[in-house]
Write a protein that binds this ligand. Structure first.
Ligand code: NAI
Length: 327
């Protein structure tokens, strides 16, 4: 029972892969690089390959199918990087490894708290022994209305997490969810969301319909000093409109785990590089905008879950058993 694992990280995944392979009775080929035409040969003799978010084009999938691969699992929730149509035509089964919503939901609440308490300024000051108070007065959640856009797995967990803080909670989604209503959280229209919320946190996927849903017009309808938290996808916010909103003071602060055009930047060490994302550079420079590099998901629980479940899916597939991770 052989699986070739691509993009295997030595610092957090390798040991877990070895542990679960032993437990599940599997032989693994561990490759630190992304799957490409140059390393397809590593998959010869493996029924399954285990990948992350690197693009799997029709041509690359064909090369793997020709090498004898029958199953492609991705250690992510999303699988849009795999050409599903081509996979089907080639007779390849595709699977994912969803992890729990708590990591991102915790992170979103942390970003909310950091933003309303001006934590970026506080950390920057303590780093240079500036212990003054002027300019770092925060606000209390009990006095605020927090709006959650997207009440799926993560958005609902955020709403639950927030229940202990005494804030007013409102929600917006294309589809209303009974659990949310049972929590006593009302659904509002987008216009009401813009008008009522002191803090808005985004938990919807990026689609053609909601690209730049937070744009100049939406921001103009929001409360003065509104705070925005985005742990969903960068394209939900028009960066130029956000920059203008911060500069005018209309937007009081932001916490951004994701930004537009982050692909190719995040997860690499670019310390010495000149980057080509001006919006990111500007946003990062504001004292009231906290930026992190799309890692809200990155917890111990996440790594264990994706390594274990991706391998378990391979085992189920090879044994011809029902496999909950097939997509
Ligand atoms: P989910 O699929 O459980 O929930 C998404 C919700 O958004 C659904 O209720 C859906 O109806 C709603 N929705 C879809 N289009 C909408 C729109 N135009 N306006 C309002 N609501 C809309 O997804 P889950 O697991 O809660 O994840 C949410 C998003 O979080 C993902 O799509 C992804 O973009 C992001 N994410 C970010 C991570 C990070 O590390 N920063 C990690 C994992 C997910």
């Amino acid at each position: 029972m052989k699986v070739t694992v691509y993009n295997c990280r030595s610092f957090d995944e390798k040991e877990l892969f070895e542990k679960y392979a032993k437990e599940l009775g599997m032989e693994l080929i561990l490759c630190p690089d992304a799957p490409d035409f140059g390393n397809v040969a590593l998959a010869e003799g493996s029924t399954c390959i285990d990948i992350i978010t690197s693009p799997m084009s029709a041509e690359l999938l064909k090369a793997f199918a020709e090498a004898g691969v029958k199953y492609v699992t991705t250690r992510t929730i999303g699988y849009d990087h795999i050409d599903g149509k081509a996979a089907k035509e080639l007779g390849l089964t595709v699977a994912n490894a969803p992890y729990g919503p708590c990591g991102v939901a915790d992170y979103a609440v942390m970003m909310i708290l950091m933003t309303i308490r001006k934590m970026k300024r506080i950390i920057e000051r303590t780093n240079i022994q500036d212990y003054s108070l002027k300019g770092i007065q925060g606000r209390e959640l009990k006095d605020l209305t927090v709006g959650v856009i997207g009440t799926g797995r993560i958005g609902r967990t955020v709403l639950q997490n927030l229940s202990g803080f005494g804030c007013k909670r409102i929600a917006y989604d294309l589809y209303e969810n009974e659990d949310v209503k049972e929590m006593g959280v009302p659904y509002v229209s987008l216009d009401e969301m813009w008008r009522m919320a002191d803090v808005i946190t985004l938990h919807a996927p990026l689609t053609d319909d909601n690209y730049h849903m937070i744009n100049e017009e939406a921001i103009s309808k929001m409360k003065d000093g509104v705070m925005l938290v985005n742990t969903a996808r960068g394209g939900l916010i028009d960066s130029q409109a956000l920059i203008a909103g911060i500069e005018s003071g209309k937007v009081g602060g932001a916490g951004l785990d994701v930004v537009e055009n982050e692909f190719g930047l995040y997860y690499y060490d670019h310390k010495s590089d000149i980057l080509n994302n001006r919006e990111l550079a500007i946003l990062r420079g504001f004292p009231n905008v906290t930026v992190s590099h799309h890692m809200a998901f990155y917890t111990d629980d996440y790594v264990v879950t994706v390594v274990r479940d991706s391998l378990l899916g391979c085992k189920y597939f090879m044994e011809g058993r029902e496999n909950p991770w097939e997509v």
